[in-house]
Write a protein that binds this ligand. Structure first.
Ligand code: BES
Ligand code: MN
Ligand code: ZN
Length: 491
């Protein structure tokens, strides 16, 4: 989607922003008298009140050059958030995407910041993953190619939009990565794709199986040993802070490019969704892209553990005992609880190598988090009230809300093992998301600020109706992470 800022409306479709007022609908822009009269008549014909997400659409009006005039509600004038403006633009774009209209102008942005947020919302809504749909019927093909936001401070809006455009590119990358089929995106090809980001000034380091084995990462390597693809650990470094030697924030992602469950094989129906089991890593890679693109003045490192969990003659078995790099042994009781086995070695490496001042991991870790929170909130588990507060605020502002769940010794003892230092599952049907988080916490150094986000319910959402997001892969995590860094760690 091409995004522009201009002084005058011009387009197949022109949309006017409107507030819900005490005396009825209030237009955000000054309108021509005859146009306003015609639009009020259209409003009176329906139930439009200017509420957020409401739309009026007038086709081929005689009084306009545009073939469609639209009115979109943004809610009460005093209460429109950045997210509210983004969603208004997104609603328009979603309606027009395959409508035949090629261009849209949005009129009524009260200032440059609003103009930039309208553009950001339009951009996110215009995303589709159509690479493999080679023979789409004409009426299913997107027609809308450009959105222009009308503002009398176009230059200002353009500069406000620059960091949002970087963030949108990160979200798009994350969506692409999650949507790619698992025969195309596997640990080896994924690592190569990440290496391409070095052109943005990110320093990329790739560890292969031999390097990880040498470091003692028996836990991560064990998960990948049933796959013909070699596992990888990829580090993305952005040292943009004033003091390049200051401790960075570490962002860590689960990158299981396909999760069959391994020998503890998952049931067949729905298994195709497990191509998205690398959603945590995609969020980290997308956020690192955004951070680099907007040249953030912060030290941030991203670390992603990339593996494919396959059943095979050489696959890991239930009953195996592996030794993690941290020098702790793990009894594998279920090869489908593989995400924590990957993350524990990545957490160890992040701490040993970077001594980070804070560590946030994202993972599609447990089905149980969907039982608890559905597709609305991601779960957060943390040893730091401060990190929870920062991430909760960032998530709220970005429309990626999170909800805290507890940790505690009563849960932790569920993962004790009779033959090793720990086992990789808790008791069946008993706080599964929490015991997974307890497992990770056993690899977090004493005194290190750490948060774990379980995004199994938000990385993809079947039948998603959020106008800012496509139907499946949301790119969840890029927006919350980018704002978390921007608001708390930049010089
Ligand atoms: N990748 C899954 C979790 C998942 C489930 C993500 C549904 C998205 C949607 C994870 O590796 C897994 O299989 N977890 C098991 C853990 C269990 C064996 C303790 C689960 O949730 O069933
Ligand atoms: Mn699994
Ligand atoms: Zn998994």
């Amino acid at each position: 989607m091409q995004i522009k800022f201009s002084a005058e409306p011009a387009g197949d479709a022109v949309a006017y922003l409107a507030y819900e007022g005490d005396k009825g609908v209030e237009f955000a822009a000054d309108l021509d008298k005859s146009a306003e009269a015609a639009m009020r008549r259209a409003i009176a014909a329906g139930s439009f009140k200017g509420g957020a997400g409401q739309v009026v659409e007038i086709l081929a009006p005689e009084w306009s050059d545009a073939s469609r005039v639209m009115i979109v509600g943004v809610g009460k004038k005093t209460a429109v958030s950045e997210l509210g403006w983004q969603k208004a633009a997104a609603t328009l774009v979603k309606r027009l995407l395959t409508s035949g209209a090629k261009s849209l102008s949005i009129v009524g942005a009260p200032d440059r910041g609003v103009a930039a947020n309208l553009a950001f919302g339009a951009r996110l809504a215009g995303y589709r993953f159509d690479q493999y749909r080679l023979n789409l019927k004409t009426d299913k093909k997107p027609t809308l190619a450009s959105v222009s936001v009308v503002t009398d401070s176009a230059a200002g809006a353009r500069s406000d939009y620059a960091p949002l455009s970087a963030k949108a590119e990160g979200v798009e990358l994350a969506r692409n990565l999650v949507s790619e089929p698992p025969n195309v995106l596997h640990p080896e090809s994924y690592a190569e794709r990440i290496e391409e980001l070095s052109e943005l000034g990110l320093e990329i380091e790739v560890l292969d199986v031999a390097a990880m084995t040498k470091l003692g990462m028996g836990s991560l390597v064990g998960v990948g040993q049933g796959s013909v693809r070699g596992s990888r650990l990829v580090v993305l470094k952005w040292m943009g802070g004033k003091d390049k030697k200051a401790a960075p924030v570490a962002l860590i992602g689960k990158g299981v490019t396909f999760d069959t469950g391994g020998i503890s094989l998952k049931p067949g129906p729905g298994m195709q969704d497990m191509k998205g089991d690398m959603g945590g890593s995609a969020a980290v890679v997308g956020a690192m892209m955004a951070i680099a693109k907007r040249k953030a003045k912060a030290n941030v490192v991203g670390l992603v553990g990339l593996v494919e969990n396959m059943p095979d003659g050489n696959a890991q078995r239930p009953g195996d005992i592996v030794r993690a790099a941290a020098g702790k042994t793990i009894e594998i009781q279920n090869t489908d609880a593989e995400g924590r086995l990957v993350l524990c070695d990545v957490l160890w490496y992040a701490q040993k190598k970077f001594n980070p001042k804070a560590m946030v991991d994202l993972a599609t870790l447990t089905g149980a988090i969907i039982v608890s929170l559905g597709n609305e909130h991601a779960g957060i588990f943390s040893n730091s009230d401060d990190l929870v507060a920062k991430l909760t605020a960032a998530g709220k502002a970005e429309g990626e809300p999170i909800w805290r769940l507890p940790l505690g010794p009563g849960y932790d003892k569920q993962i004790d093992s009779e033959v090793a230092d720990m086992r990789n599952i808790g008791n069946a049907g008993n706080a599964g998301s929490i015991t997974a988080a307890q497992f990770l916490q056993r690899f977090v150094d004493e005194g290190r600020a750490w948060a774990h986000l379980d995004i199994a319910g938000t990385a993809w959402k079947p039948g998603n109706d959020n106008p800012l997001e496509p139907t499946w892969a949301t790119g969840w995590g890029v927006r919350i992470l980018d704002r978390f860094i921007a608001d708390n760690y930049e010089d």
